[in-house]
Design a protein around this ligand. Structure first.
Ligand code: AMP
Length: 190
């Protein structure tokens, strides 16, 4: 089984690349951001709770996020592997993911981080905001808060998996095809 954590700041291209990687490597794509947007779109209790955090660029609390992720993983008992996109975003989420996968006698194969600098990210997200309809993509102070939260709460997850030699970085600037090649080179060796 290949269990890939696709990592990087908001707007670094994780969703775009995950869509290409799932096809090539026959994996299940789980994006917690997409799952929250689905719940918000259906105005469910989970969606309403998530919205209060997402609209400010804060993280949704771990217990909510972990429970949702677990349900999604357990819905695919026959998966050949997963791409986790936007999860884990805290050490607690990483520990929960490890425990969940260990329960199926598997583990995280690798974490790959897309590296993109802050100003490029702000520009990309603003551009996306013009068509995505995402309120958290349209306001620069919310975008900058998301970047700050990434640095303070999420980057420790890179170090967490680096301890077991699983963390990799690739340059996240270039054409979609170039970046896909960089990622494929790593995933192909797992
Ligand atoms: P994304 O589409 O991955 O950028 O996620 C959009 C928003 O959903 C984030 O800014 C968070 O508010 C929330 N979110 C997504 N994934 C997580 C997660 N793993 N933990 C906490 N909040 C999350």
């Amino acid at each position: 089984m290949i269990n890939l954590v696709l990592f990087g700041p908001p707007g670094s291209g994780k969703g775009t690349q995950a869509n290409k990687l799932v096809e090539k490597f026959n994996l299940i794509h789980i994006s917690t951001g997409d799952l929250f947007r689905y719940e918000m779109g259906n105005d469910t209790p989970l969606g309403r709770e998530a919205k209060s955090y997402i609209s400010k660029g804060e993280l949704v609390p771990d217990e909510v996020t972990i429970g949702m992720l677990r349900n999604k993983v357990e819905a695919h008992p026959d998966a050949r592997g997963f791409i986790f996109d936007g999860f884990p975003r805290t050490i607690r989420q990483a520990e929960a993911l490890d425990a969940l996968l260990a329960g199926s006698s598997t583990s995280v194969s690798a974490l790959v981080a897309l590296q993109v600098d802050d100003e490029e990210i702000v520009q990309r997200i603003k551009l996306r905001g013009a068509t995505s309809g995402r309120p958290d993509d349209s306001d620069e102070s919310i975008i900058r808060n998301r970047i700050d939260v990434y640095k303070s709460e999420t980057t420790p997850v890179f170090d967490y998996y680096a301890q077991s030699g699983k963390s990799h970085s690739v340059n996240g600037v270039g054409s979609i095809g170039e970046i896909f090649q960089r990622l494929s080179d790593i995933v192909g060796q797992l």
